[in-house]
Design a protein around this ligand. Structure first.
Ligand code: PRP
Ligand code: MG
Length: 177
């Protein structure tokens, strides 16, 4: 697996430190007692596990299964909600977690949907945000790292379903494609 990584972009210890900062900000920003966390599967799995354990607040974790990339390297442009039922968010203080903000279509669709479902507030946190123009009008409230417009894997991000378990964020070797 490691031989398929061309370059480590964000090392494990760097991610670690940054998550501490994000967690503190989230902890102090969120009003009320309980934070309703919504994790976007599958990419946000690793980020969510590491970030939520750093937030010393009462929180509930729900997941939504959405997909737009279908394992490839480019967004299909269409965001599909794969669940029969979405979590109950009416009146809740919601924090949506995703691994990466790219075209913005995923986050936009999810935020719109949760607001439609009656969430009192929807904030968003992403580990990575690509430095590019978005196809949808959306920016995350909490961003771990801004990266260039290149395809990345690891720390939850996949190529054809693989490499999500790499502990760092890296680029994929052309030989692996
Ligand atoms: C990826 C990634 C984000 C989204 C970002 O998910 O995990 O959720 O795309 O792209 P966007 O800003 O262009 O919408 P994907 O659809 O690949 O599913 P996955 O999370 O299961 O890997
Ligand atoms: Mg995703």
């Amino acid at each position: 697996m490691e031989q398929d990584v061309e370059r480590v972009l964000i090392a494990e210890d760097v991610i670690d430190k940054r998550l501490d900062v994000l967690a503190k900000r989230i902890e102090s920003d969120f009003p009320g007692e309980v934070i309703q966390v919504v994790v976007l599967l599958k990419g946000a799995l690793v980020f969510a596990a590491d970030l939520t354990r750093r937030i010393p607040r009462m929180l509930e974790i729900e997941c939504i299964n959405v997909a737009s990339y279908h394992g490839g390297m480019e967004s299909s442009g269409q965001v599909n909600f794969l669940d029969h039922k979405l979590p109950e968010v009416k009146g809740r203080q919601v924090l949506v977690l995703d691994d990466i903000l790219d075209t913005g279509l995923t986050l936009r669709a999810v935020v719109d949907r949760l607001k439609l479902e009656g969430a009192a507030q929807v904030k968003t946190a992403v580990l990575l945000a690509k430095d590019k123009e978005r196809n949808a009008e959306v920016e995350a409230d909490y961003v771990g790292f801004v990266i260039g417009d290149e395809f990345v894997i690891g720390y939850g991000l996949d190529y054809q379903g693989r490499y999500r378990n790499l502990p760092y964020v890296g680029t994929l070797s052309p030989d692996a494609i």
